[in-house]
Design a protein around this ligand. Structure first.
Ligand code: GDP
Ligand code: MG
Length: 649
C-alpha cells in the first residue's frame, strides 16, 4: 500500500464528548460494521473489536481499517481516560492525525483544553467535529468562536450544518459551494443554496477563502478571478492543517448519525498521510508495538505501527535496546474491522498484526535485522513511581496471581512486577494510582485469584553519587585463577555493562549476573539501584578458570565498588495540573496547602481555573479522588511523573 493512500487516525476527546458514539458512526460509514451499538447499553463495536474472534485468532487490536473515498483509514482506538497518560501518549505516537471532538452544548471546557494540550505536545494535526447539535442549547458558531479564543488556531468550518429545532435539516458545503438537504440518513443536493442559509454561509465562505489563501498565490488568483477550484482549496487547507495553523471543522449529531460522514471527508482531505521520520529514510524496518495479545494455540500477536522500512513473513526482527536473540515473524495480518487479511509483507506507514515467537510488550520497538537502534518511546522504568504488595491466600491462588501479573505486564510496559524468592510476596509497580486500581480490578476479573493488596506507596530509588575505579580482584579455585578489573559511572537509567578486551562467554555471563545482583539489592533497603555504566576487563587468568569465579569476584567487588561510589536516595517528583470550575477553586487550593504542596501558578480562564503545582508525589497520593469529590466530579486532575529529586533527610 502506497503511504499517500493511508491515514492513521484516531479520536481525541474528553470523556462524554461523544468519542465512542462517533467511532461507531465512522465504522458504520466505513462499512466495517452493519449497525450501531448503543453506548448507553454497554457494549459497542470498538470495545467489542478489542476482543473479537477473527478467523480463530483473538486479537486485542485497537485498530480497525477500512476504505473511504480511495484511501485506507486505519482507525486507532485511543483510550478514553486521560489519566492513563502513558496509553494516551502511545496512541498519539502511532497516529498521523486526529479528529478532535467538541461538545456543541458545553463548548470548550477545562477538560477540552487538557486533551488539546496533549495533542499539541505530540504535534498531531487535527480536524474538528462539533457534536451534539441535536441537543437544546447547542451552538455551532459559538463553539467555533470559543475554540479560536481558547487555542492559538484558526478554526474554519468547511461544511456548515443547518439546525432547526434540534434537527440537522441540511448543510452547506463551503468547499464546493453547494447545499444539501438532510433527512435522517438521506442527503439530497439542492439546485441552489437557499436564500436564508446564505446569511451565515456567505460570511463563512469568505472567511474560509481568506484564511486558506494566506501564503497560497495560486488560490489567491483563483479567488480574484472568481474561479475557485475545490481541489486547490482543499490542498491549501491541508497545508494549513498539517502546520497546525488551521483547524477544518464540520459538525452534526453523532448519536443520530446526522452529517457524520463529513468527518471522514475531512480526514481524507486534510489530515496527512504517514511519512518516514527524519534520519530513518534508509532504515530496513522499524516500528512500535502498541497492542499485544495471544493468538491461536497461545501464539503471540503484536499490533505494530511501522515507521520505516519493511517487515516480511519469515523475516527476523529484534527488540531495540535489548540483548534478546532475534525473533522470527510468522504470519502478518492487516486488521480490517470485520476481517483479518493475511499478507506477507508490510511497509512504513502501515499498521499490522504480526505473529511472533517471543514475548513482546506494548511500547517495545521492533527492528528488522541489521537496522540501527532507534526507540519510539522513552524507557518508562523511571516513571514506575508507585508500588504495592500482593499476597495470595493459597498456593493455587498464588499460581493464578503470577499468571495474571505476567499477562498484565505483557500487555502494558507501563506496568512491572516482581516476586520475592523467599516469601513469595509479589510487588506490582506502575505510574499512577488509577492505573494500579484498574490493574487490580483486571487481575480479579480475569484470573479470579483471591489475594490481598496493600495500599500503594511511593517508590524510592538509589543513585550513584560518583564514579569509582578501576578496582581489581582475584579469585582462585583448584589451582585455576582469574583477575577482573571493574569501574562504574553514574548514568541516567538502567544498568549497562561494557567489556574491554576478549572475554570467554561463561565468565562474562557469570560476572554480569554478579553485577546485576549487586545493583538489584541496592544499598539501604529502600529500593534497587538504578543508572550505572560498568566497564569490566579481565586483567589476568590461568589457562581455564571456571566461569563461577567471575560471579565469585563480582559478588564481592560489586558491592565494594558501589559502597565507595556512595549512594543517594531519590523520590519521584510530580507535575500536577488541576483544572476546575471557579466555585471549587478555593476548596482545592486549601486542600493542596494543607498537604504542603507548592503551587506554581493559577491561570484563570473564562470558565474555570488551572492550578499548576510541582511536588514530591507522596503528598499527592489520593488527590485525584479527593479533588474530584471536592469539585463534584468537575475537576480534571492530571499527575505526570516528572523526574526524581534527592530525598532530604
Ligand atoms: P465518550 O465518553 O466521549 O466516549 O462519549 P460517548 O460516545 O459515550 O457519549 C457520551 C454520552 O453522550 C452518551 O450518553 C451518548 O449517548 C451521548 N451522545 C453522544 N453523541 C451525542 C449526540 O450527538 N447527541 C446527543 N444528544 N447525545 C450524544
Ligand atoms: Mg467512550
Amino acid at each position: 500500500m502506497e503511504s499517500d493512500k493511508i491515514r492513521n487516525i484516531g479520536i481525541i476527546a474528553h470523556v462524554d464528548a461523544g468519542k465512542t458514539t462517533l467511532s461507531e458512526q465512522i465504522l458504520l460509514h466505513g462499512g466495517a460494521i452493519r449497525s450501531v451499538g448503543k453506548v448507553d447499553d454497554g457494549m459497542t463495536t470498538m470495545d467489542y473489536l478489542r476482543q473479537e474472534q477473527l478467523r480463530g485468532i483473538t486479537i486485542r487490536a485497537g485498530v480497525a481499517s477500512f476504505e473511504w473515498k480511495g484511501k485506507q483509514i486505519n482507525f486507532v482506538d485511543t483510550p478514553g481516560h486521560i489519566d492513563f497518560s502513558l496509553e494516551v501518549e502511545r496512541s498519539l505516537r502511532v497516529l498521523d492525525g486526529a479528529i478532535a471532538v467538541f461538545c456543541g452544548v458545553r463548548g470548550v471546557e477545562p477538560r477540552t483544553k487538557a486533551v488539546w494540550a496533549l495533542a499539541d505536545k505530540f504535534d498531531v494535526p487535527r480536524v474538528g467535529w462539533i457534536n451534539k447539535l441535536d441537543m437544546p442549547g447547542a451552538d455551532f458558531a459559538g463553539t467555533i468562536l470559543e475554540i479560536e479564543e481558547a487555542f492559538a488556531i484558526t478554526a474554519i468550518p468547511v461544511d456548515w450544518p443547518v439546525v432547526k429545532d434540534g434537527v440537522v435539516v441540511g448543510a452547506v458545503d463551503l468547499i464546493e459551494w453547494t447545499a444539501r438537504e438532510l433527512r435522517e440518513h438521506q442527503s439530497r443536493k439542492l439546485s441552489a443554496i437557499p436564500a436564508d442559509w446564505l446569511a451565515f454561509a456567505e460570511p463563512a465562505r469568505e472567511r474560509l477563502l481568506e484564511e486558506a489563501s494566506k501564503d497560497d498565490e495560486a488560490l489567491m488568483e483563483q479567488i480574484l478571478s472568481n474561479a475557485v477550484d475545490p481541489a486547490t482549496l482543499i490542498q491549501a487547507i491541508a497545508r494549513g492543517c498539517k502546520s497546525g495553523r488551521l483547524l477544518p471543522i464540520t459538525g452534526g449529531s453523532a448519536l443520530r448519525g446526522w452529517n457524520s460522514a463529513t468527518v471522514l471527508d475531512s480526514v481524507v482531505r486534510y489530515l496527512p498521510s504517514p511519512s518516514v521520520p527524519k534520519g530513518l529514510e534508509d532504515h530496513p524496518g522499524a516500528g512500535l508495538v502498541f497492542q499485544t495479545s495471544r493468538g491461536e494455540e497461545n501464539r503471540r500477536v503484536v499490533v505494530t505501527r511501522l515507521f520505516a522500512g519493511t517487515v516480511r513473513s519469515g523475516g527476523l526482527i529484534k527488540k531495540a535496546h535489548s540483548d534478546d536473540p532475534p525473533d522470527t515473524i510468522g504470519r502478518i495480518f492487516k486488521v480490517f474491522a470485520d476481517d483479518l487479511k493475511e499478507t506477507d509483507f508490510a511497509q512504513a506507514g502501515e499498521i499490522v498484526a504480526l505473529e511472533v515467537g517471543q514475548q513482546w510488550r506494548t511500547g517495545d520497538t521492533i527492528l528488522a535485522e541489521g537496522g540501527q537502534e532507534v526507540r519510539f518511546e522513552a524507557d518508562h522504568r523511571a516513571r514506575l513511581v508507585l508500588e504495592l504488595a500482593l499476597e495470595a491466600a493459597s498456593e493455587e491462588d498464588h499460581r493464578l496471581l503470577r499468571i495474571g501479573l505476567e499477562h498484565l505486564a505483557e500487555e502494558d510496559s507501563g506496568i512491572e512486577w516482581s516476586e520475592e524468592a523467599e516469601t513469595g510476596r509479589c510487588t506490582l509497580r506502575g505510574q499512577g494510582e488509577l492505573q494500579l486500581e484498574v490493574a487490580l480490578e483486571m487481575l480479579r476479573e480475569a484470573h479470579t485469584p483471591s489475594f490481598k493488596a496493600w495500599p500503594p506507596h511511593v517508590r524510592r530509588r538509589e543513585r550513584l553519587r560518583e564514579s569509582v575505579g578501576p578496582m581489581k580482584e582475584k579469585a582462585e579455585w583448584a589451582g585455576q585463577w582469574l583477575e577482573i578489573e571493574a569501574k562504574v559511572e553514574p548514568a541516567d537509567d538502567g544498568t549497562t555493562i561494557h567489556w574491554a578486551g576478549e572475554v570467554p562467554e561463561g565468565i562474562r555471563a557469570a560476572a554480569e549476573a554478579g553485577i546485576r545482583e549487586a545493583m538489584g539489592n541496592g544499598h539501604s533497603g529502600h529500593g534497587s539501584l538504578d543508572g550505572a555504566i560498568w566497564t569490566l576487563s579481565i586483567c589476568g587468568k590461568s589457562e581455564a578458570p571456571p566461569a563461577a569465579l567471575g560471579k565469585k569476584i563480582l559478588d564481592h567487588l560489586g558491592p565494594e565498588i558501589l559502597k565507595s561510589a556512595g549512594i543517594i536516595t531519590e523520590i519521584p517528583a510530580t507535575k500536577a495540573l488541576i483544572q476546575t470550575p471557579d466555585e471549587h477553586l478555593g476548596a482545592i487550593l486549601a486542600a493542596l496547602q494543607s498537604k504542603g504542596v507548592e503551587i506554581q501558578a493559577i491561570d484563570t480562564q473564562r470558565n474555570g481555573s488551572t492550578i499548576k503545582a510541582f511536588s514530591p508525589l507522596e503528598p499527592l497520593l489520593g488527590c485525584v479522588t479527593l479533588f474530584r469529590s471536592l469539585s463534584k466530579g468537575q475537576a480534571l486532575v492530571s499527575l505526570d511523573p516528572n523526574g526524581w529529586v534527592v530525598e532530604s533527610a
